[in-house]
Design a protein around this ligand. Structure first.
Ligand code: NAD
Length: 358
C-alpha cells in the first residue's frame, strides 16, 4: 500500500523519539513492500520561534492532506509563561479540532517483562490489556452555561454536563470498532444512578450495543470502575466513557503500567478522518538532547497508526511483539533500567526494535 504520514516532532525529546518511530515504520514498509512517504511539519514551541504560530498553516495543510499524523510532544519552560499570547498547547488544540478527532484512545498494556514496575502486585497486572476510549470534545469540560457568581455574599461556581445522542453514538461506535479488532468486549462507564446526561448515555450505549450482537457489552458505574481498575484490571478490553470520567480513569489506569515512557495514544474521528498519534508523555525538557529518552511510547503510537489509520493490523502486532521481545531480552532505556538491566540509548532502543522485526 501507499501512505503519506505527517511527522510533527515538536519540542524537547519529541524529535529524538519520532526519529526512532520513523525508523520502525520504514522497516515495516520495507518488510511488507509498502511505500510510506514521510513529510515533516513544524509544530509547538519550535514553530512559535520560527514562525510566531504554534501550528503554521503549512503544517495544518500537510496534516489534513495526509493519511495519518505522528506527533512527538510540544512545550517546554521557554514557552510556558501563562501570560504569553501564543502557547504551544494552542497548536495542539487547534490540530485536534481541525482533524475532527473526538475520541481519545489510550491502550494500557502491561508488558510481562515490566510487570514489576507496576505499583500493583505482578499477578494482578499480568493480563492487563485495556483500551480506553474517552470522549474528547463534549461533556462537562465544554457544556454551557459555565461560570461563577456571588449570591448573598457567597461565591459559587457551576458547570454543565450535557451530551447529545449523536456525540454519544459516534464515540460508542469507535469503541465497538476497536473491540471487533481485539477481544470483543465493551464496557461503558457512566453515573446513570445520579446524572441525567449519563442516563441518555446509557440508553444510546444499549442501542449501539444492540447493533453489534457479536460484541460482549456491559455498563459499569464510574465509582465502581475506579475500584475494579485496581482489583481486577485484567477483566477489561475496551472501556468507553465521557470526557471527565475518561480523563480521570485513563490516568488512573496508566499508572498500572508504572512507566510513562511506554504509553501510546491516538485521537480518532469518524472512519474518514485523519488520525493523530502521540505518546502520552510530554517533551521531558529535563532529559532533552541527551539521547536517553525512551522511544517506545512513540513506537507503540506508530503501531496504533498502522492498525487504525492504515488498516495494517498484522504489521501493528509485529511492532508490538518486537517491543515486547526487546524488553524480554533485558534492554531498557534509563527510565526503566534497574540493576542488572542493560541500559541503552534512545537510538539503540529504536535499532533493537527494528532488528526484532526481522
Ligand atoms: P513530561 O511527560 O514531559 O515529563 C515528566 C517526567 O517523565 C520527566 O522527568 C521526564 O524526564 C520523564 N519522561 C517523560 N517522557 C519520557 C520518556 N519518553 N523517556 C524517559 N523519561 C521520560 O511532563 P512534564 O515535565 O510535566 O512536561 C514537560 C513539558 O511537556 C511541558 O511543557 C508540558 O506542557 C509538555 N507536555 C506536552 C504534552 C503533549 O505534547 N501532548 C503532554 C504533556 C506535557
Amino acid at each position: 500500500m501507499e501512505a503519506t504520514i505527517t511527522l510533527l516532532p515538536g519540542d524537547g525529546i519529541g524529535p529524538e523519539v519520532v526519529t526512532e518511530a520513523q525508523k520502525v515504520l520504514t522497516a515495516v514498509a520495507a518488510k511488507h513492500n509498502h511505500t510510506f512517504q514521510f513529510r515533516e511539519g513544524l509544530m509547538g514551541g519550535i514553530a512559535i520561534d520560527q514562525t510566531g504560530n504554534p501550528l503554521p498553516e503549512e503544517t495544518l495543510g500537510m496534516c489534513l492532506d495526509g493519511d495519518a499524523v505522528l506527533l512527538g510532544a510540544v512545550g517546554g519552560p521557554q514557552w510556558s509563561d501563562p501570560t504569553a499570547k501564543v502557547r504551544p498547547e494552542q497548536g495542539l488544540l487547534k490540530l485536534r479540532k481541525s482533524l475532527g478527532v473526538f475520541a481519545n484512545i489510550r491502550p494500557v498494556k502491561v508488558f510481562s517483562a515490566l510487570a514489576d514496575a507496576s505499583p500493583l502486585r505482578p499477578e494482578r497486572v499480568e493480563n492487563v490489556d485495556i483500551v480506553f476510549v474517552r470522549e474528547l470534545t463534549g461533556g462537562i469540560y465544554f457544556g454551557q452555561p459555565q461560570g461563577r457568581e456571588t449570591v448573598n455574599g457567597r461565591r459559587a461556581g457551576y458547570d454543565t454536563m450535557r451530551y447529545d445522542e449523536e456525540e454519544i453514538r459516534r464515540v460508542l461506535e469507535v469503541a465497538f470498532r476497536l473491540a471487533a479488532q481485539r477481544q470483543g468486549k465493551v464496557t461503558s462507564v457512566d453515573k446513570a444512578n445520579v446524572l441525567a446526561s449519563s442516563r441518555v448515555w446509557r440508553e444510546v450505549a444499549h442501542e449501539v450495543a444492540a447493533e453489534h450482537p457479536e460484541i460482549e457489552f456491559e455498563d459499569v458505574l464510574v465509582d465502581a470502575m475506579a475500584m475494579y481498575l485496581i482489583n481486577r484490571p485484567g477483566d477489561f478490553d475496551v472501556v468507553v466513557t465521557g470526557n471527565m470520567f475518561g480523563d480521570i480513569l485513563s490516568d488512573e489506569a496508566s499508572m498500572i503500567t508504572g512507566s510513562l515512557g511506554m504509553l501510546p495514544s491516538a485521537a480518532l474521528g469518524g472512519p474518514d478522518s485523519v488520525g493523530l498519534y502521540e505518546p502520552i508523555h510530554g517533551s521531558a525538557p529535563d532529559i532533552a538532547g541527551q539521547g536517553i529518552a525512551n522511544p517506545l511510547a512513540t513506537i507503540l503510537s506508530a503501531a496504533m497508526l498502522l492498525r487504525s489509520s492504515l488498516g495494517l493490523s498484522e504489521a501493528a502486532a509485529e511492532v508490538e511483539t518486537a517491543v515486547a521481545q526487546v524488553l524480554a531480552n533485558g534492554y531498557r532505556t534509563a527510565d526503566l533500567a534497574k540493576e542488572g538491566d542493560t541500559a541503552v540509548s534512545t537510538r539503540e532502543m529504536g535499532n533493537r526494535v527494528v532488528a526484532s522485526l526481522f
